[in-house]
Design a protein around this ligand. Structure first.
Ligand code: CAA
Length: 250
């Protein structure tokens, strides 16, 4: 039975992969994804368009969504007719961060051994230009996802923030590194240490450039280590239970 189940799963994943990378007669990708909408747009159908589509969770970036995003990027990268990719959300939320409900009960061992969030990097390794079209909340992993793109095109309602501190953790997908390079060390530290948000205008005024290096690796390890603290668990549990966190510095 175990062998049969495994081969069923294998067959299922092959079929799913073929289906989600299929094109219709107009060369549009079929929208068979659960968490994203994918199509080709533009006069010449040469823009790969990906819209995050978990409205009830403000596009929180669950594992399933990030896996689908990776597959859509793979398909557009392999498609010679696509010149650039647009990644967007809704008016209310680009993305409100990594999925806190999914992370709530993770342990340090799981995060460290599984290199939690490592696959998120797919966006920054895409070889075609990726443009983030951001409106509404771009918080935590959502802000990090936008910063992984080559260009951020922000609407008037865009709000950028790294509120992980309010959950007892730190940014884990490049926030401490890319934000520093985007808005400068002082504002980046203020945002990461307070969880306060900035508008598109404020972000633009603070634009800053430095180089990116080892910092991301160090950050990932520190992010994982917050999963060894009681405060991180309390912060995420309080969010899910809709109450104020009772941090104990432990
Ligand atoms: N994960 C899971 N669910 C989330 C979520 C998240 N990051 N953000 C919002 N949601 C869910 C809420 O739980 C709620 O679902 P229910 O209706 O089932 O309760 C729904 O989306 C709507 O959210 P709110 O009712 O909270 O909406 P609001 O307008 O009152 O507040 C908000 C909006 C200020 C964005 C608030 O939802 C919020 O603070 N979200 C969390 C933001 C955050 O902390 N992000 C960082 C996550 S950690 C991270 O990203 C780590 C990393 O570096 C990778």
């Amino acid at each position: 039975i175990a062998v049969a189940c495994r081969s069923c799963q294998w067959l299922h994943s092959c079929l799913t992969y073929q289906l989600i990378t299929s094109y219709d007669r107009n060369h549009n990708l079929f929208n068979l994804y659960e968490y994203i909408l994918v199509e080709k747009r533009g006069e010449n159908q040469d823009v790969g368009y990906i819209q995050l589509n978990r409205p009830k969770a403000l596009n929180a970036l669950c594992d399933g969504l990030m896996l689908e995003l990776g597959k859509a990027l793979d398909a557009f990268e392999a498609d010679g007719t696509v010149g650039a990719i647009v990644l967007t959300g809704s008016d209310r939320a680009f993305a409100a961060g990594a999925d806190i409900k999914e992370m709530q009960n993770r342990t340090f061992q799981e995060c460290y051994a599984g290199n939690f969030l490592a696959h998120w990097n797919r966006v920054s390794t895409t070889r075609k230009p990726v443009i983030a079209a951001v409106n509404g909340f771009a918080l935590g992993g959502g802000c990090e996802l936008a910063m992984m793109c080559d260009i951020i095109f922000a609407g008037e309602k865009a709000q950028f923030g790294q509120p992980e501190i309010l959950l007892g953790t730190i940014p884990g997908a490049g926030g401490t590194q890319r934000l520093t390079r985007a808005v400068g060390k002082s504002l980046a530290m203020e945002m990461v240490l307070t969880g306060d948000r900035i508008t598109a205008q404020e972000a633009k005024q603070s634009a800053y450039e430095l180089t990116l290096a080892e910092g991301n690796r160090l950050e990932k390890r520190l992010f994982h280590s917050t999963f060894a603290t009681e405060d991180r668990k309390e912060g995420m549990t309080a969010f899910v239970e809709k109450r104020k966190a009772n941090f104990k510095d432990q």
